[in-house]
Design a binder for this molecule. Structure first.
Ligand SMILES: Cc1cc2nc3c(=O)[nH]c(=O)nc-3n(C[C@H](O)[C@H](O)[C@H](O)COP(=O)(O)O)c2cc1C
Length: 187
């Protein structure tokens, strides 16, 4: 089983990285191979709306040559994806949104998907302690990823996190994250 971790925070050692790391380590313990991408350190341009990925003969291939090409290849060949992002201004980070826009090549001309039902676990961290505060947005985004062809799992949301080491005071969240890994390890 191959699982891809996509990390959307600029803070490499932040809460979302720690939670995603705990989930991926749990999957590795169950025998999965994992590969992590830190979006903030990669060269990923915004989608240029050329629709080349939808032209006959070029289907599924992005015209932009940057780090997103290998991420797309990895996702198409993977069994599951973990996408972790802090909440910035009530939404995913710009890095995570850029990545999401560049998923356009997974859609065929008729809007069916080139994905084969890869499981997708979204992991959100937020300063706001009330984890229901942005739930409407998380569900909306989950529906969008389902439309793209992912088997989108219930989002994992952790609140009350601001400083890099805030998770140390909430060990129960790390434990819940490890438990969430089970949803990805289904054949
Ligand atoms: C630009 C910016 C915008 C933010 N917007 C929100 C927000 O709308 N709601 C919220 O609860 N926290 C917000 N936060 C706080 C982060 O979501 C929070 O600190 C998160 O746990 C950071 O995750 P990380 O450690 O993985 O980077 C914001 C932080 C930044 C830097």
């Amino acid at each position: 089983m191959k699982i891809i971790g996509i990390h959307g925070s600029p803070r490499r050692e932040g809460s979302s990285a720690q939670l995603m790391g705990a989930i991926l380590r749990q999957c590795e313990a169950g025998g999965a191979q994992t590969q992590t991408y830190h979006l903030n350190t990669l060269k990923i341009s915004g989608c240029q709306a050329c629709y080349s990925c939808r032209q006959e003969g070029k289907e599924g291939k992005c015209a932009i040559k940057d780090d997103m090409n290998r991420i797309l290849e990895d996702i198409l060949a993977a069994d599951a994806v973990v996408l972790a992002s802090p909440v910035y201004m009530w939404q995913m980070t710009a890095q995570a949104k850029l990545f999401t826009d560049r998923l356009m090549p997974v859609l065929k001309q008729d809007y069916t998907s080139r994905l084969n039902g890869q499981r997708l676990l979204t992991v959100y961290t937020q300063g706001q302690p009330d984890v229901t505060k942005f739930a409407t947005y998380f569900q909306y985004v989950k529906a969008m990823y389902s439309f793209l062809g992912f088997r989108a799992l219930e989002p994992f949301v952790a609140g009350g996190l601001r400083a890099l080491d805030d998770l140390k005071n909430q060990p129960e969240i790390m434990e819940k994250a490890r438990q969430a890994a089970a949803g990805l390890m289904v054949e």
